[in-house]
Design a protein around this ligand. Structure first.
Ligand code: HEC
Length: 111
């Protein structure tokens, strides 16, 4: 009887850990990595910029061009800028959020 109670308790415990303790950014950044390699890496492989070499995705460049925030990065992905195409029609809001999160977390890590 006690064993069964413990078994039930552990199932709930594991479910609770899974539901509440998984950091949201971990899932986002891993999805973002796939979106990045499919849509962005052609110009931004390794956080660089093959088209405009000064506008990299590295932290110092993002800070310099006022791009070091989730809102700024999302805005540029949606609308594009100069030689960078707009992804607003091609990626969902959630995908844009994921890939922007990935870009910022990679910038923090130094790519
Ligand atoms: C066709 C090439 C191309 C693709 C594909 C592309 N970009 Fe860009 N990206 C650029 C160019 C060019 C710029 C510089 C725009 C400017 O300011 O003139 C840029 C700038 C940026 C910046 C700002 C960098 C800075 O230092 O100011 C971010 C952030 C960015 N891109 C993210 C992305 C993401 C995320 C994707 C994929 C969803 C993507 N880009 C896809 C060409 C591209």
């Amino acid at each position: 009887m006690l064993n069964k109670l413990f078994a039930v308790f552990y199932v709930f415990l594991i479910a609770a850990i899974f539901l509440f303790a998984t950091p949201a950014w971990a899932a986002d950044a891993s999805k973002g990595a796939k979106i990045f390699s499919a849509n962005c890496a052609s110009c931004h492989a390794g956080g660089n910029n093959l088209v405009n070499a000064t506008k990299t995705l590295k932290k110092d460049a993002l800070e310099k061009y006022d791009m070091y925030s989730l809102e700024a990065v999302k805005n540029q992905i949606v609308n594009g800028k100069n030689a960078m195409p707009a992804f607003g029609g091609r990626l969902s809001d959630e995908q844009i959020e994921d890939v922007a999160t990935y870009v910022l977390s990679q910038a923090d890590k130094g790519w």
